[in-house]
Design a binder for this molecule. Structure first.
Ligand code: PEP
Ligand code: MG
Length: 589
């Protein structure tokens, strides 16, 4: 019987793809080809038994060693695993899958053990669901035996796959080979987790926050990953495959229409020009922004220079990357944000430094870290200043929470300028200096900050996290994490007002500005500058071009009168459906 499985999570990067699933366990095993030749089944059954014997011998040895050193109650953990491994029913089921269905031993082991684990997890009992972990442990042991040294390295992919993992770190995501990774889905993660943001940057369809599902998938199955609607279907039936092809064709038509937006300005029907810049993590992405008609780079997340390497970038690594971005942008502005390391963006080489933090989201991160690691900070600032002579560069500090922090960071910048001057190295002396507004304290003191900065950029991703006290990457609190929360709208209004009082520019560069629903609201509140993921730019232009500022003001007034995030978002969705029906019914988002 055909059993199709579907899991739903949070759509974070659009596009629909089909292909074989590659499941990444914590040890990144890859389950190879599902089927074996009929005349090879005896040898494959034999291979399973050899692996099983080996695992059983290891378990006995582990049990003896641990019992003698720590006591029998600890050794008993391994006797339980041994009992499981020798369970005749389990052995029969694996053999039957190999013999009767020509499945590879790796696939059979994984399928049988995961179905047991899934049954345990479904019982909803904490103790039993933890026993599922023992089953995964046994699965890993068997796979290690069966696969020998051939553990999967994501770097070594040679055929296209859909990745399914518990989690991918931003570093792993950044290193994905987009020729072979058609799309990915993870059990954890939220809309604005950095892994999600990177999926957009790499333009790979992606879903996060699926919840537990790895136990039900062995790998090798065909899947449909729908990054528009946040659904992954394993072993789809013919009807689903047809539906997907229709939806791919529809999305393609919308994309083609949006392609025409690339050369048109973001101007409302009554002649208000809005600046739409792109957010980037890597220099290569400038190309995507320019192609889509961005007005510049509104946020360059430079910490990604650290995440894929195993040494700290030198001044010349920084300089080369910045020059590539600045030169590709010509006269267009480039806002280079200084390092935002910490929380979920911890480079491998700094892991030990962060491992003690009881709460990394509230710990030593971003500008706080730069102010403590002045050598590293100065190297970056020197490189930015040196690159500033090649174009239109601006500097921005992340996660500023006090005036003192901003002043200290500015002082360090001044020091670096003096050094460069003494060395006779050219740079742009009056380089604009701004800050991210992503902590409530910065909003509360926005009037004071506005006197000192050249510009603000509102980072709604963190602002929502810190205002509503909910982790941006935790699907368990995704219901609280909402751009439409009235408290967030109120904070944005406060920043806009303070900036206006002091004649300073404001941009919104969090994911909120990549979501077309919020565009009429933000413009109606007075915002004239957005920075978004490159993929979103054509959609945003379309919304701006279908809108008049009078309408935007009306929409903003009504949205700001509502007191529940749900109502705000529902209302904005309705307005978007009226303005641009295709963006709601077509290719997601
Ligand atoms: C933000 O917090 O909104 C932001 C743009 O910064 P990041 O997503 O890199 O934390
Ligand atoms: Mg942030």
């Amino acid at each position: 019987m055909h059993i199709m499985k579907a899991f739903t999570g949070i759509a974070v990067s659009p596009g629909v793809v089909t292909g074989p699933v590659l499941v990444l366990g914590s040890e990144n095993f890859r389950i190879p080809g599902k089927f074996v030749m009929r005349d090879a089944v005896d040898a494959e059954v034999q291979r399973f038994h050899v692996a099983l014997d080996h695992v059983c011998r290891d378990l006995v040895a582990n049990e003896q060693l641990v019992s003698s050193q720590l006591g029998q109650q600890y050794g008993a953990i391994f006797s339980a695993h041994l009992q499981m491994a020798q369970d005749p029913r389990l052995v029969r089921e694996v053999e039957a899958l190999i013999r009767d269905h020509c499945r590879s031993p790796e696939f059979a082991v994984s399928r049988v053990l995961r179905s047991y684990a899934e049954q345990l997890q479904k019982l909803g009992d904490q103790y039993l669901s933890e026993r599922a972990l023992d089953i995964f442990d046994l699965e890993k042991r068997l796979l290690r035996q069966l696969l020998g040294e051939s553990r999967e390295e994501l770097r070594n992919l040679t055929t296209p796959v859909i990745l399914l993992a518990h989690d991918l770190t931003p570093g792993e995501t950044a290193a994905l080979d987009t020729r072979y990774v058609l799309g990915f889905a993870t059990e954890v993660g939220g809309h604005t987790s950095h892994t999600a943001i990177l999926a957009g940057a790499l333009e790979i369809p992606a879903i996060v926050g699926l919840g537990r599902c790895l136990a039900a998938v062995s790998g090798g199955e065909t899947a449909i990953l729908d990054g528009d609607h946040g659904q992954i279907i394993i072993d789809p039936d013919a009807e689903s495959l047809t539906r997907v092809r229709d939806s791919q064709a529809r999305s393609q038509r919308v994309r083609e229409r949006l392609g025409k937006m690339e050369t048109l300005p973001a101007e409302t029907q009554d002649g208000h020009r809005v600046s739409i810049c792109g957010n980037i993590e890597f220099p290569e992405e400038v190309r995507h922004c320019i192609k889509r008609g961005a007005d510049g780079i509104g946020l360059y997340r430079t910490e990604f220079l650290f995440l894929s390497g195993n040494r700290e970038p030198s001044e010349s690594d920084h300089y080369d990357a910045y020059c590539r971005v600045v030169e590709a942008c010509g006269d267009l502005p480039v806002v280079i944000r200084t390092l935002d390391i910490g929380a979920d963006k911890v480079p491998q080489l700094m892991e030990h430094q962060f491992s003690q933090s009881p709460n990394p989201m509230l710990g030593l991160r971003s500008i706080r870290l730069s102010l403590r690691s002045t050598g590293m900070f100065k190297r970056q600032l020197r490189a930015i200043l040196r690159a500033s002579v090649h174009g239109n560069v601006r500097i921005m500090f992340p996660l500023v929470s006090t005036l003192l922090e901003f002043r200290q960071a500015r002082m360090i910048l001044m020091d670096v300028m003096e050094d460069l001057e003494e060395e006779g190295i050219p740079f742009q002396r009056n380089i604009p200096l701004g800050m991210m507004v992503e902590v409530p304290s910065a909003v509360i003191l926005a009037e004071e900050f506005a006197r000192e900065v050249d510009f603000f950029s509102i980072g709604t991703n963190d602002l929502i996290q810190y205002t509503l006290a909910c982790d941006r990457s935790d699907p368990a609190v995704a219901n609280l994490y909402r751009s439409g929360d009235p408290s967030i709208l109120r904070l944005i209004q406060m920043v806009l007002k303070a900036a206006d009082n002091h004649g300073k520019a404001v941009t919104v560069c969090g994911q909120m500005s990549s979501d077309p629903r919020f565009i009429p609201l933000l413009l109606g509140m007075g915002l004239r500058s957005l920075s978004a993921t490159p993929q979103a730019i054509p959609r945003l232009k379309e919304v701006v071009r279908n809108l008049s500022m009078t309408e935007a003001v009306r929409i903003a007034q009504h949205a700001c009168s509502l007191d529940l995030a749900r109502d705000v978002e529902h209302y904005l969705q309705g307005e978007l459906a009226r303005l641009c029906p295709d963006l709601v019914n077509g290719s997601g988002f």
